[in-house]
Design a protein around this ligand. Structure first.
Ligand SMILES: Cc1cc2nc3c(=O)[nH]c(=O)nc-3n(C[C@H](O)[C@H](O)[C@H](O)COP(=O)(O)OP(=O)(O)OC[C@H]3O[C@@H](n4cnc5c(N)ncnc54)[C@H](O)[C@@H]3O)c2cc1C
Length: 408
């Protein structure tokens, strides 16, 4: 055998598994057809958050007078926004390439395919391995009537390559990708409309989160149509099932992602390719489980949607209530820190059952960090009485959890 492990796909699942296995002393070869870091680093988590950050600063500066900052510079250079995004992804990719190299993994930049369960074909060569790990990720889902033409109907990959901002955009789908792009575009002043076929925005979230984001979007002038979808597209005129007519500069179809599956059965599959939970941290956890045997509870994978305010949740939702479930909620405006930060929008909600927390749903500044405090409590079955003994620092958003516990 040339190598013990042959990994196809250099995204979070593939590179994490590779580095962990190599550190344990195994010989590993990794095949990547594009860029190390996969969707997460090059087309997903990182570049979108960089653009979101730029858009938030622009939006804050535009609205800074009420906090005592006057500026008459109201220009922005979209090229620089793109340059900054490209610079940080390149910097992070270089660090990753070095870390992978230093771990002892051999990387081959080529498209690979599986010949049989011990042979990988790439660059016209055969590589014999004891075990194949398939981690080829996922790709944007195309739905009937909304096939990508990369000019008027764009995927989440296409929008990252925009050279200029549009005047208006129609986003189809209100999952994490649709919501984050709606926020980026609207912060930059683009007329933004969302269409969602479910009854509420972010249909996978707790109902109170969905209703709150709908209220926030209304306040921000982001239009949305629920229980609706595209009926027809004629030239650039879009007609929804409800009869509404919209003429956006383009459509972003954010209608989910389909897993890329291996050609044969009997190989280990990690990350988005599994078609389970399509999140980078789940891909990384699966790799840890594979290489180190550290398991995780699939019902406790946190979800985060970025922007102002952040949204995060884990565990049971209001819609999943079982016996003895109760929910308690505290508005973020009850916290002094939120007033100092001009971030009073949102709430922390927990769902309890028999003196345990079984679900947490947060919409607030710092929700992406706060959710882990509750996740640790849920996963370790810390009782509400245990948690009440924790001293939370003041003024913080975390003390909202303490306030909430006092209300149980
Ligand atoms: C716009 C957007 C925003 C996102 N934001 C977040 C976020 O904030 N948080 C979060 O947790 N998740 C986010 N995600 C999801 C996250 O990017 C994925 O869940 C994660 O990248 C999955 O990791 P993976 O290793 O399974 O696959 P990928 O990251 O897709 O990596 C697969 C790799 O395999 C390579 N490959 C495919 N076929 C072959 C082949 N035949 N030969 C060689 N190489 C091959 C690909 O080039 C790719 O590099 C986002 C996704 C998108 C699209």
């Amino acid at each position: 055998m040339d190598y013990e492990y042959g990994i196809i796909g250099g995204g979070p699942a593939g590179y994490t598994a590779g580095m962990l296995l190599a550190k344990k002393g195994h010989s590993v070869i990794l095949f990547e057809k594009e860029l190390l870091g996969g969707t997460c680093l090059n087309k997903g988590c990182i570049p979108t958050k960089s653009m979101l950050h730029s858009s938030e600063i622009y939006h804050s500066v535009l609205n800074s007078e009420e906090i005592g900052i006057k500026t008459n510079i109201l220009e922005f250079d979209f090229k620089k926004v793109i340059e900054k995004k490209d610079k940080i992804t390149e910097k992070l990719r270089k660090s990753l390439e070095l870390a992978v190299k230093n771990s002892g993994v051999k990387t081959v930049y080529a498209e690979a395919c599986i010949k049989d369960k011990n042979t990988i074909l790439a660059n016209g060569k055969e590589y014999n391995v004891s075990e194949i790990i398939y981690a080829c990720g996922s790709k944007p889902r195309e739905i009937k009537g909304l096939e990508f033409n990369h000019k008027f109907i764009l995927s989440s990959d296409d929008v990252l390559n925009l050279k200029e901002l549009p005047k208006s955009v129609l986003i189809v789908g209100s999952g994490a990708i649709g919501i984050e792009w709606a926020r980026i575009f609207s912060n930059f002043g683009v007329e933004t409309t969302l269409v969602e076929m479910a009854e509420h925005l972010i249909p996978q979230a707790d109902i109170d989160i969905s209703k709150r984001i709908e209220r926030i979007f209304k306040g921000k002038g982001i239009k949305y149509y629920l229980n609706d979808s595209i009926e027809s597209i004629n030239d650039k005129k879009v007609i929804l099932k409800s009869g509404t007519e919209i003429s956006p500069e383009f459509i972003l179809a954010a209608t989910g992602r389909v897993p890329v599956k291996p050609e044969i059965k009997g190989v280990s599959v990690l990350g988005d390719s599994c078609g389970e939970i399509q999140l980078a941290h789940y891909a990384i956890h699966q790799a840890k489980e594979f290489a180190l045997g550290i398991t995780c509870d699939k019902s406790l994978i946190p979800a985060v949607i970025y922007g102002k305010p952040e949204i995060a949740w884990v565990g049971l939702r209001e819609q999943d209530y079982t016996e003895n479930c109760k929910s308690i909620n505290i508005p973020i405006s009850a916290l002094g820190k939120s007033w100092c930060d001009d971030s009073t929008e949102g709430f922390i909600k927990i769902i309890t059952q028999n003196n345990l927390i079984v679900g947490a749903h947060i919409i607030s500044k710092e929700a992406s960090a706060l959710i882990h405090e509750l996740l640790i409590a849920i996963q370790n079955k810390l009782t509400i009485s245990d948690l009440k003994k924790v001293c939370f620092a003041h003024p913080t958003y975390s003390e909202g959890i303490f306030e909430l516990l006092l209300r149980t």
